[in-house]
Ligand binder design. Sequence first.
Ligand code: COA
Length: 387
Amino acid sequence: MRSVSIVGQGLTRFGERWDKSLRELVAEAGLAAVKDSGIDGHKIEAVYGGTMASGRLIGQEHIGALIADQMGLNPLPAHRMEAACASGSIALRNAMLAIASGEHDIVAVGGVEKMTEVDAGEVSTALGGAGDQETELFHGATFPALYALMARRHMKEYGTTEEQMATVSVKNHKNAMDNPYAQFHKEFTLDQVMNSGYVASPLKLLDCSPITDGAAAVILAATDVAKKYSEQPIEIIGSGQASGTIALTGRKNLTGIEATTIASKIAFEKAKLTQKDVDFAEVHDCFTIAEIMAIEDLGFFKKGEGGKATEQGKTAMDGEIPINTSGGLKGKGHPVGATGVAQAIEAVQQLQNKAGKRQIKDANIGLTHNVGGSGATVVVNLYRRAQ
Ligand code: COA
């Protein structure tokens, strides 16, 4: 298999984007990525686009073709990839595999979601389709409720506290202050998070990622080709994907996501690295408990110790392993189809030393972790500067 690298990246500002339609967001991120790569757009050979619910949210399907059209890339092959909130990551992964296999040399990857055109109830129902419609959504269990169940079990088994979960929110909102593309530029105190009102107990408003519009795009190339264009291509040195049960009822336990453990094991084995080699990680903090479970399931902390580690500052910008330097889904925002691609962009910016005030000193290896649904799809990628 050939080595694959990211040679260009483009992001829109995340948030309530009344000023731009879905196709305009796609064009903004896509054209920025092509410009950043320095590659003539006509050299791109295929497009992979991730979106979760564009049909339900704005009535637009056939997003692969729309992205190719908006970017002026017809008639090349265009694909839509969907795996709920991991749609962006499976678009990235399948594009990577298309290059690794030798089929293509240069491929564009996009992720997009326009979520604020309908009311929050309708968004919640659309997102709920990422779980099990029959056994969960039909009975009113939308995503805050599903993650609340996991949080309660984690609290019972490991003594994790609501304050520890709130610390994740305080940290990620703080990190987002230095990200110009983030939805929120507002710091919150622990008290403010604790008093923000229950959405699904024990999760409060400020434990939840928000509803967001936004797009992200990267250009991938075979690493030998990438070196002709970019001064510093970022190589994807390990990638793992795994599936788990669609419903929580099928899980052996609720205190973690098994697909995360499996996907990360594959990624680390491929990269021939261990957790100790990783300098920073972007993990899927759709709810604060999700970040605590992720840092345990990825092997950065022992099971049950994620809450304590967060409270002790081990995941802060100056901690042992900075988590969600971009602000994460919590502070940066979570346009579901775009999130996986945006996580890869944070890895690129950190490794290219272009993360501005968020820059981690001497960052050599980065990890991204993207979850679809309550853990039915997980993708973990490892990155470093191409050698
Ligand atoms: N974090 C921080 N602030 C938030 C927020 C969040 N998650 N959600 C809303 N806000 C803010 C809004 O900006 C607004 O502030 P303002 O009054 O200063 O303008 C205020 O809170 C009220 O916003 P509103 O739009 O009325 O909130 P809502 O009640 O419609 O939605 C949630 C709140 C938590 C229900 C919604 O954000 C949600 O569903 N989040 C989860 C999304 C999800 O499940 N994603 C998939 C995960 S797998």
